[in-house]
Design a protein around this ligand. Structure first.
Ligand code: F6R
Length: 609
């Protein structure tokens, strides 16, 4: 997830682009750059780190010109550095890109064989070289861009300039957002509305597969293949703050709604469907090394620890390797039994959590193989671990973790397939089935998000309860814990998660007509048992809110409120179930008037032990 801005008109481009990038810093902030068309070619300024560094560079080396493109980066391929910062140049072509090019390795090899020299580790640079290569035969910049873009697989929003076409900017979109702002004889292009809202409120939203050519004072929309399109502008009346949150009231709600995209990005380019396997580019361990793993320990904090708990079910279930889960702040102090045949995995959204980092270092000291699931590229944990599986959730701003969590579940699922295939405990057809199920997730997440309105009504009904219980069995028990944590941290209501079968051993004494009990009861292998546990609660006057499978009338008849979810698989249900729980916590918190994005006493990244 990165931010791009483009400008073509009469004004000085750099300041317009820079101010736009400032508004997009929420989309990434590890490096940034701007390029402008000048009479003698294209000038580029790039710098590592936050926009402040680029601002300093631009003060020292200003950029003139009234046509330009800019980028703020959230690294996916290639560590944050000036060399990997956008814009990327190849010959006469300069590109900024948001998204992931899945077939970049193959294209890079072809282009290298044709004599192209690459200077970065990014997937983006391939686009610049490919357009430059096609320019040799295409006859025009526009045709070269169209041809090159049709060869790309994956997701992209791009803005492209050509030194020999001094009056043109081309933008295109497949899978990543892009909006065009219409001014008086000028055009603005951006990944998101806030970047250009100060200049115009008339916006055209580009759809997947569309391309726009801005030529002097005109804009021409077409499909990438070249079929002309009539696009209608919409008037945007959002306030600037609303716009930064994509029109949502809070970052948390925006991030909840980003989850289909976040999962899509996390699996993009990694599935090897025919082999029933996945490709994890920075895993750090080949099959032979994975075959020596005797046991695993997964260590994390908070929400990431809940992800770890579901990982145990996945890995033990499919790979038959024993997995222990540990809380990072406990791990170092209990003299863990670890050796070189133990694979220690740490999970961290920020990659900076002090307890998790210390646990990783302890594991390394003890000689363990080690691996991290991480959202922030080149964070301390990502740098320290021998291997990394990056989640591509994009920057998470709301303190309560949402999209990072579901992408951690996704990464664990991907790792399970890889490990299972590497050690021969997962057959090709089992791998293929798991991949087929995984591919359904983004769309089913979209479907699940439609429960938002219904969840808000339920939130109104139960918001005054003093305590909540969350029950789930098996892989859904960690999701019950996660649901309770979400409610606690943003609404300040006391909540507990329990394995549903454990109720009768004590906690059931808490049940009365005042306690809402959220029961996770999808139609899976523990369905009947969970229904019985739900009945035990109802028999003691507990008020059940059930999360069940679509069309489950048995549960609907028994529960006081129900939210129906699409059916998927035992392994992936936790991802779908997470969504209504996030929404429930969110709406209760909003109704109570708490500070949803920055709840009291909490910080996004806990860098103290
Ligand atoms: C809760 C939450 C925290 C974090 C925890 C670990 O919503 O976000 O519980 O999960 O502080 O943080 P990371 O994953 O950055 O190590």
């Amino acid at each position: 997830m990165c931010g791009i801005v483009g400008y073509i008109g009469e004004q000085e481009a750099t300041s317009i682009i820079f101010e736009g990038l400032r508004k997009l810093e929420y989309r990434g902030y590890d490096s940034a750059g701007i390029a402008t068309l000048q009479p003698d070619g294209i000038a580029v300024r790039r710098s590592e780190g936050k926009l402040l560094n680029l601002e300093k560079l631009l003060r020292e080396q200003p950029l003139a010109g009234s046509i330009g493109i800019g980028h703020t980066r959230w690294a996916t391929h290639g560590r944050p550095s000036e060399t990997n910062a956008h814009p990327h140049r190849a010959g006469s072509i300069v590109v900024v890109h948001n998204g992931i090019i899945e077939n970049y390795l193959g294209l890079k090899e072809q282009l290298q064989a044709a004599g192209h020299k690459f200077s970065s580790q990014t997937d983006t640079e391939v686009i610049a070289h490919l357009v430059e290569e096609r320019l040799k035969t295409a006859g025009s910049f526009e045709v070269a861009v169209r041809t090159a873009l049709q060869e790309l697989q994956g997701a992209f929003a791009v803005c492209i300039l050509c030194k020999d076409q001094p009056d043109t900017l081309i933008a295109a979109k497949v899978g990543s957002p892009m909006v065009v702002g219409l001014g008086q004889g000028e055009f603005f292009v951006a990944s998101d509305i806030p970047a250009i809202l100060a200049h115009t409120r008339e916006m055209v939203f580009m759809e997947d597969g569309e391309l726009a050519v801005f030529n002097g004072r005109s804009a021409c929309f077409s499909t990438i293949a070249g079929a002309p399109l009539e696009k209608k502008a919409r008037h945007i009346d959002w306030s600037p703050l609303m716009a930064e949150k994509g029109g949502y009231k809070h970052f948390m709600l925006k991030e909840i709604h980003e989850q289909p995209r976040a999962v899509r990005d996390t699996i993009a380019g990694r599935l090897q469907e025919q082999q029933g396997d996945v490709y994890l580019e920075d895993l750090g361990y080949a099959d032979a090394a994975l075959q020596t793993v005797q046991r695993m320990v997964i260590v994390a904090c908070g929400t990431s620890w809940h992800a770890a708990l579901t990982g145990k079910f996945l890995i033990e279930g499919h790979c038959r390797i024993p997995v222990e889960i540990d809380i990072a702040s406990e791990f170092r102090y209990r003299s863990p039994v670890i050796d070189e045949k133990t694979l220690v995995m740490v999970i961290s959204q920020s990659g900076e959590t002090a307890d998790t980092l210390a646990a990783l270092r302890e594991a390394k000291k003890l000689g363990a193989m080690n691996l991290a699931i991480c959202n922030v590229l080149d964070s301390s944990i990502a740098r320290d671990a021998a291997g990394v599986i990056y989640t591509h959730a994009g920057p998470e701003i709301g303190v309560a973790s949402t999209k990072a969590f579901v992408t951690q579940l996704t990464a664990l699922y991907l790792f399970t397939i890889r490990l299972g295939r590497a050690i021969g405990r997962l057959s090709v057809s089992e791998g293929q089935q798991m991949i087929a199920d995984l591919k359904k997730v983004p769309e089913l997440l979209e479907q699940t998000l439609k429960l938002n309105g219904q969840t808000e009504k339920i939130a109104r009904q139960y918001m005054n309860a003093r305590d909540f219980l969350y029950l789930g069995r098996g892989r859904n028990f960690p999701i019950a814990l996660e649901g309770a944590l979400k409610l606690k941290e943003i609404s300040y209501i006391h909540a507990e998660g329990y394995p549903a079968g454990e109720m009768k051993h004590g906690p059931i004494a808490l049940i009365d007509e005042h306690v809402p009990v959220v029961v996770l009861v999808p139609k899976n292998s523990t369905y009947e048992k969970t229904v019985s546990n739900m009945e035990e609660v109802i028999a003691r006057s507990g008020r059940v809110i059930a999360l069940c499978s679509e069309g489950d009338h048995e549960v609907q008849d028994k529960a006081e409120a129900t939210l129906e979810l699409p059916e998927l698989s035992d392994d992936l249900d936790p991802i779908l179930l997470s969504v209504p729980l996030q929404l429930l916590a969110y709406h209760i918190a909003v109704l109570k008037g708490t500070d949803v994005d920055q709840p009291r006493n909490l910080a996004k990244s806990v860098t103290v032990e």
